[in-house]
Design a protein around this ligand. Structure first.
Ligand SMILES: Cc1ncc(COP(=O)(O)O)c(C=O)c1O
Length: 381
């Protein structure tokens, strides 16, 4: 049987949670969404969490909330899922791509500093594949330039960063707003879904209106009211709602997250043990100030590996191991065709990166099977 790259962990508890919500008849923007938001906020240590239909819609709202609009520029990585760049475009702004570090696949703060210009309106920093980016350097830069920071934490639920206060979960948020994804590739899934965390209750209230057509009165408020309430629409909004069915699944998933991360940490440790001595394979690097949730284990084929990415992937597939190429680069896709300079490390990371299987259904024996196949493949076996 082929070993899959990722697999959501969904079981009878999630099915029971959905059935419980169905029985209440309140299936969107109801009490489960409110509970999920409260539990998520408590988990990451944020005062407020606002659930959305995806991370892409969360990023769109977050960028609008910090004032990004037509004519603005937002500095972000090209080396990310295309939703990062798309969210900037959705605001009518232009993504200005900065290069990444090859060991962490995260933004290089020095290159970000070089790309900030008079039209820069915000920084959109990504915690790539779950590994926290260099927040200290990036937030320092943003403060010095008076720029807001939106964290694309799509993959980083449960990841941690060391601050002067100690270890803190991504999403407090450390920037102005942080956005999460609950797509099935992520450690917490609601099918599709997302959330924004913020320290500011007024911003949270505005985000909740924006996700629901700009409506000034929520369904819950109207439901609770003893008198007739008419809502108003003071600003244009969107339908970016998460349903209560999804929120109920998310609550179960959130409860399992610490155990899921511990399991992945053990598997990632085994990968490192087996692969770190190979001259052909560079293992992902976790800086001393970061703890990833190991959403994905992405190795890089070094210059010592004579075989190409596709060849290695094909050899692995033939050995019953499914892989994915490294993170994409938006600037190499037709949607963002243009003249770009200085993104060489992003391009190398894409062309030499290899995402290996890592999920809760795996044990150490599966990791060994992947490593045996990979080590044979990179040596041309
Ligand atoms: C870095 C990054 N940003 C944004 C997204 C988009 O998330 P969603 O599919 O929830 O819209 C993803 C999805 O994988 C991602 O990896």
């Amino acid at each position: 049987m082929t070993l899959q790259v990722a697999r959501p962990e969904l079981g009878p508890e999630e099915a029971e949670a959905v059935a419980r919500v169905l029985a209440t008849g309140w299936v969107t923007q109801g009490p489960e969404v409110a509970r999920f938001e409260a539990e998520l906020a408590a988990f990451v240590g944020a005062p407020e969490a606002v659930a959305t239909s995806s991370c892409t819609t969360a990023l769109h709202l977050a960028l609008l909330a910090v004032g990004v609009g037509p004519g603005d520029e937002v500095v972000c990585p090209s080396h990310s899922f295309i939703a990062t760049a798309n969210a900037v475009r959705q605001c009518g702004a232009t993504p200005v791509f900065a290069d990444v570090d090859l060991d962490t696949f995260n933004l290089d703060p020095d290159d970000v500093a070089r790309r900030v210009g008079p039209r820069t309106r915000a920084l959109l920093v990504v915690h790539q594949l779950g590994l926290p980016c260099d927040l200290e350097a990036l937030l320092g830069l943003a403060r010095a330039r008076g720029l807001p920071v939106v964290e694309d934490a799509a993959c980083a639920i449960g990841s941690e960063v060391l601050t002067e206060r100690g270890w803190e979960r991504i999403g407090r948020p450390h920037g102005d707003l942080a956005c999460f994804s609950f797509h099935p590739r992520k450690l917490v899934t609601t099918g599709d879904g997302g959330a924004i965390t913020t320290r500011d209750p007024a911003v949270a209230a505005r985000l909740r209106r924006m996700r629901q057509h700009g409506m000034t009165v929520t369904d819950a408020e109207r439901h609770k009211s003893a008198s007739v309430v008419f809502e108003a629409y003071e600003a244009p909004g969107f339908n970016y709602r998460l349903t209560d069915l999804q929120a109920a699944v998310g609550r179960v998933q959130l409860g399992r997250l610490p155990a899921a991360i511990a399991h992945r940490r053990a598997l990632a440790g085994r990968y490192r043990e087996r692969l770190h001595a190979s001259p052909e394979v560079a293992c992902p690097v976790e800086p001393s100030w970061a703890r990833t949730n190991w959403q994905s284990y992405c190795v890089r084929l070094t210059d010592r590996c004579a075989r190409g990415q596709r060849e290695v992937m094909e050899a692995l597939l033939a050995a019953g191991v499914s892989t994915r190429r490294g993170v994409m680069c938006a600037h190499l896709e037709p949607a963002y065709a243009g003249a770009y300079e200085g993104l060489g490390r992003s391009e190398r990371a894409r062309d030499r990166g290899l995402v290996l299987p890592l999920h809760g259904g795996m044990g150490p024996g599966d990791v060994d099977r992947v490593c045996d196949a990979l080590l044979a493949a990179v040596r041309g076996g």
